[in-house]
Design a protein around this ligand. Structure first.
Ligand code: GN1
Ligand code: MG
Length: 358
């Protein structure tokens, strides 16, 4: 590690390197500085199998963080989204370093922040939603076509269903028979969710710069509970607001972790939904169109369903994409997300009302 770390322009001296965080894709380490006045850092190995175009991805992050930094400086939002990630360049001025183990990058570590896998109060949902709202708002004037589509069709549901069908026709040993009922559920739900995908493809919902991985634990909250910084920018690319609002509520207003096996615990907390919608819309209302706003209520179901399909596809394929803790991990995640989809759909009229009133 030392030789690798020495490639980057760090201040102070690194004393400790330890694994950090719970991402399913990249490997992350925290680097602790010997000098308390100097920053700590976050070292990441980019998953090159998931992100083949590392230079396009890093270019996206450099562009988006520069734009956000400028917008934040011009009109700092009170208590919210007050900062963005800072990339640390190598001595040759590049934003990543390639060695025989992979592609590496370093960010400045933000101290005194918290991330939550599960939201415990509506106030937290509100705070996180505001930060995600500012993220969308501040990138409203950034032309989406300047960004590389790092994973083309990432949230394209028709494509995800096609990949799912392909996996289902050639499942890994013993897996097809374990999930027949789940496969049927996917096929039964698909039509209700494809609506959003179709509106996007017809150009009725505008393409904008979206984050595309707005899990609730990708917004850092301060100790006072304000949403300070949006992290994990790997999937920033052109998308629709529903991908971000949807993934925010998928993870921020659910009552259980994404891999909770006891499905009776998986439901939607409408108070937290109300708070999330209020926070998000307070900040974005005037940049969203009517058609964007009207479909926000469906977006939680859309994202939960898309994740359910992706997890089930990976289960059928033999766990080639996500990190897993055992052979059934992806199946548990898939069932959880399909249940969550049904919970969102069952409350759709209420959620529509809450969005309208937010
Ligand atoms: C992955 O990086 P991480 O673990 O936050 C995935 C997201 C999924 C998420 C599900 C590039 O995100 O799309 O929502 O797992 N990222 C990629 O927890 O596939
Ligand atoms: Mg991610």
């Amino acid at each position: 590690m030392e030789a690798l770390i020495r490639q980057f322009r760090l201040s102070g001296a690194i004393d400790r390197t330890e694994p950090f965080g719970g991402g399913h894709i990249n490997d992350t380490y925290r680097l602790t500085n010997r000098f308390p006045a100097e920053p700590d850092y976050l070292l990441q190995r980019i998953n090159h199998r998931v992100f083949p175009d590392v230079s396009g991805l890093m270019e996206n992050i450099a562009l988006v963080t520069a734009h956000l930094r400028q917008r934040i400086a011009a009109a700092p939002p009170p208590a919210n989204l007050q900062t963005t990630l800072t990339l640390v360049p190598t001595h040759t001025g590049a934003y990543y370093y390639h060695d025989d183990r992979g592609y590496w990058r370093i960010f400045v570590f933000l101290k005194g922040m918290q991330a939550f896998d599960l939201v415990s109060t509506p106030a937290q949902a509100y705070a996180g939603a505001r930060a995600y709202g500012y993220f969308l708002r501040f990138l409203d004037d950034f032309p989406p076509e300047r960004l590389t589509a790092v994973i083309p069709g990432f949230h394209n549901l028709a494509l995800r269903l096609w990949q799912f069908q392909a996996a289902q026709y050639a499942p890994a040993a013993g897996r097809g028979s374990r999930c027949r009922e789940d496969v049927r559920r996917v096929l039964g739900l698909a039509d209700r969710l494809l609506v959003l995908d179709t509106l996007y493809k017809q150009g009725k919902i505008r393409s904008r710069v979206t984050h595309n991985d707005t899990k609730f634990n990708n917004v850092l909250l301060s100790e006072e509970g304000h949403g300070k910084c949006v992290i994990d920018l790997d999937t920033v690319m052109p998308g629709i607001v529903h991908f971000d609002f949807g993934d925010g509520v998928r993870t921020g207003v659910t009552t259980a972790q994404e891999d909770e096996a006891d499905l009776s615990r998986v439901t939607v907390d409408t108070e937290k939904f109300r708070a999330f919608a209020a926070g998000y819309l307070e900040v974005t209302r005037d940049v969203l169109s009517e058609v964007e706003r009207v479909h926000l209520a469906l977006s939680g179901a859309y994202m939960a369903f898309l994740m359910g399909v992706r997890f089930l596809t990976d289960y059928l394929a033999g766990d080639t994409y996500y990190k897993v803790s055992g052979p059934e991990h992806n199946l548990v995640r898939a069932r959880n997300q399909l249940r969550l989809t049904e919970e969102f759909l069952a409350r759709l009229p209420d959620l529509q009302e809450l969005v309208k009133r937010a």
